[in-house]
Every structure is written in structure tokens, then in C-alpha cells.
Design a protein around this ligand. Structure first.
Ligand SMILES: Nc1ncnc2c1ncn2[C@@H]1O[C@H](COP(=O)(O)OP(=O)(O)O)[C@@H](O)[C@H]1O
Ligand SMILES: [Mg+2]
Length: 230
């Protein structure tokens, strides 16, 4: 098993008020799984994804990643796990506009402090995997939205992480570009990648192997044939 969370709770205190966003979430993900988590806006999808990616800590609960209790370790150790083992893809792509495609994809190696020749090969391979090698030296502003998201996916893949986390990856894309990104995820999944994507769009969720829904702070499995969900 790649990761396991148990009885995960997350509260936020906002203006003296206590908001319970996650209220006992359980989830197990195996290597090679491609799962999606659906839920309406504000249901806590990003909150859950940030915890899974060691970008935030829960209020209580257990989280084991790659056999390690990641709630029991320092922020610095968490950052190391994040840099080496987890790739993020965001709705807004989050590319640095003054850098080229290749430089953007190489950024994760700054965090792992392993900028060497093999890093260069990995950058090229990741860009090739998303079909943008001919755009390597372009700036993000010269690319379409769909291409920018491909660059962000290449950046997530570059260090060959154990887990890819995608937060509404098609949220800023039109239908054709969304479909292309979903096909790319399916292709990466077939090659063995482990992917967790969150979305409020049932069409996006359907690209995955397994669908969960997050509502009222709980995670439940969704039968993919229940078309009325979402
Ligand atoms: N850092 C924060 N401080 C206070 N409240 C937050 C914070 N992050 C998220 N929330 C609240 O938690 C709830 C879930 O947010 P979020 O996880 O972003 O939902 P989703 O991604 O499903 O739209 C929302 O009510 C949001 O306002
Ligand atoms: Mg969100």
C-alpha cells in the first residue's frame, strides 16, 4: 500500500467560529491506482489533497505514506518527502513565466538538491512524455492553456515521484484540452503512475479507475455507473 489515512479530521477557526471540514476521512491507495475525489465547491477537496501532499497537517488522525507515519515527523522531513516523492498539478498551472518550459520542469530538482546530468535527462524525458519536446525552449506565455497544464504535469513527473496529486487539473481548460489532459493521465496510469485527482466534474472523475465523493466531511466510494452523481 502506498498510503493510508485513518479517521482524519481537519478544523479551521475562522472569526471565532470552528469549521469542521474533514470529519473522519479514511482512504487507502495502492501503487498504480488512479483515483478521483469528487465533491462540491467548499467540500474540503483541496484541504484533503494538501494533507495528502504534506502541505498541511490534519487536526487529528493517522497518515502513513510509503510506510512512514508522516504526521510524526518535522516539517523539514515532510518537505523532503514532498520534494522527492510527490508531484503536484494545480488548476492554475502555477508556472514561472520568466522561465522556459525546460527550466520550469527542472524546478523540482532545486528542491531535491540533485541538479546533475541525470536531472537533465529526466527533465527531457518528462517533457517528452507530455508531448512537448518541440516546445522545450518556449516561455509559458507562448503556449495554450492545455500546453501549460502539460508542462505542469511534466514538472510533477520530473523527479519520478511515487504519487501525483492533481487539484482540479482541468478546471481552467475547455472541453478538448480537458479531454487531452485526462487521456494523458490515463496513459501515465497505464505506465504505472499513481494518481489522485480532485474535481467537481463527473466527466473528469470518470477517467479514473475509482471514484470517491467527499460530502459533509466524509469520503465514500461512488459506483461509477451512478450517472446522477455530480
Ligand atoms: N486556510 C484556511 N483557513 C480557514 N478556512 C479554510 C482554509 N482552507 C480552507 N478553508 C475552508 O474549508 C472549506 C473547504 O475548503 P477547500 O478544501 O478549499 O474546498 P474545495 O477544494 O472542495 O472547494 C471551505 O469552507 C474553506 O473556506
Ligand atoms: Mg479546491
Amino acid at each position: 500500500m502506498l498510503l493510508q489515512i485513518q479517521k482524519l479530521y481537519k478544523n479551521f477557526y475562522l472569526g471565532g467560529e470552528n469549521i469542521e471540514v474533514l470529519r473522519g476521512v479514511n482512504l487507502e491507495v495502492n501503487e498504480g491506482d488512479f483515483i478521483s475525489i469528487m465533491g462540491t465547491s467548499g467540500s474540503g477537496k483541496s484541504t484533503l489533497l494538501h494533507i495528502l501532499g504534506c502541505l498541511a497537517r490534519p487536526s487529528s488522525g493517522l497518515y502513513f505514506f510509503n510506510g512512514k507515519n508522516v504526521l510524526d515527523i518535522s516539517d523539514q522531513e515532510q518537505a523532503r518527502i514532498r520534494a522527492h516523492w510527490i508531484g503536484f498539478v494545480f488548476q492554475t498551472f502555477d508556472l514561472l513565466h520568466e522561465l522556459s518550459v525546460a527550466e520550469n520542469v527542472a524546478l523540482p530538482f532545486l528542491y531535491t538538491k540533485t541538479v546533475d546530468k541525470s536531472a537533465k535527462d529526466k527533465v527531457n524525458e518528462a517533457i517528452d512524455q507530455v508531448g512537448l519536446i518541440h516546445r522545450k525552449n518556449h516561455r509559458p506565455s507562448e503556449l495554450s492553456g492545455g500546453e501549460m497544464q502539460r508542462v505542469a504535469i511534466a514538472r510533477a513527473l520530473a523527479v519520478r515521484p511515487k504519487l501525483i496529486l492533481a487539484d482540479e487539473p482541468t478546471g481552467n481548460l475547455d472541453k478538448a484540452n480537458s479531454q487531452a489532459i485526462l487521456s494523458l493521465f490515463q496513459e501515465l496510469h497505464q505506465k504505472g503512475a499513481t494518481i489522485i485527482t480532485v474535481t467537481h466534474d463527473y466527466d473528469v472523475a470518470q477517467a479514473s479507475q475509482m471514484i470517491y465523493s467527499l460530502e459533509e466531511g466524509y469520503l465514500e466510494t461512488v459506483n461509477p455507473r451512478l450517472e446522477e452523481i455530480g
